[in-house]
Design a protein around this ligand. Structure first.
Ligand SMILES: C[S@@+](CC[C@H](N)C(=O)[O-])C[C@H]1O[C@@H](n2cnc3c(N)ncnc32)[C@H](O)[C@@H]1O
Length: 202
């Protein structure tokens, strides 16, 4: 396994180093089936933000379906990797910090995969507050949540799992759960522990 100089996942260097060394064990390499089904059943195209997009396969997929999409990542190496991975669709990938950037359009949907669980637990209230700030009433947060209800499980990471009770408390103030299902095509790291969920902004 590669040796790493950086241990702080809130720093861009942490992620740069891992993309540069080609150590990306969270990377699925394609578009999750649950997102494909969601798009198939959507009544209309949704203007979508993908925070912490990594290789951004989903951005290419959504753009191919003529959905408006902006995928952001604060790691220059991640953005470079995404542009190599998705070719012409890389124009939808922007180097930006989730907590500071201004969206280029009004959002209907924020898509979540392996961004929330990439950051340490103390960042969670700020992430959820930012989702709530970016979405209008009725806007959707859809994606994958990495659960583990064993005591202390969330201390090790990334990925940092979350206890399902803590997740519900965090989300309940601003969001309503509208879909929750097991995931069938997880990669090994998340298998049996992630769920596909859709939350509606109150
Ligand atoms: C575990 S990777 C997941 C990448 C991608 N979502 C996927 O499913 O493969 C987490 C990503 O979040 C990015 N990230 C972390 N903090 C960020 C921030 N504040 N703003 C934007 N991107 C961030 C990292 O650079 C990294 O590419």
């Amino acid at each position: 396994m590669a040796d790493f100089e950086t241990r702080d996942p809130t720093s861009t260097r942490f992620w740069d180093e891992r993309f540069e060394k080609n150590f990306t064990p969270w990377d699925k390499g394609d578009v999750p089936g649950d997102l494909q089904r969601f798009v198939r059943h959507s009544e209309r195209p949704l203007a979508t933000l993908i925070p912490g997009c990594g290789n951004a396969y989903e951005a290419a997929f959504l753009a191919q379906q003529a959905w408006q999409v902006m995928a952001i990542d604060f790691s220059p190496a991640a953005v470079q990797s995404a542009r190599a991975a998705i070719g012409e669709w890389g124009k939808h990938v922007v180097e930006a910090d989730f907590f500071k950037f201004t969206p280029q359009f009004d959002l209907d949907l924020i898509y979540e995969r392996a961004f929330f669980c990439a950051l340490p637990p103390e960042m969670r209230p700020a992430i959820v507050a930012r989702w709530a700030e970016l979405l209008p009433t009725g806007g959707l947060l859809a994606g994958f949540v990495y659960f583990n209800d064993t005591a202390d499980a969330s201390r090790k990471g990334p990925p940092f799992s979350i206890h399902s009770d803590d997740w519900l408390v965090l989300m309940a103030a601003n969001f309503e759960l509208v879909e929750d299902r097991a995931v069938e095509d997880s990669i090994a790291v998340f298998a049996g522990k992630e769920r596909w969920q859709i939350w509606k902004r109150r």
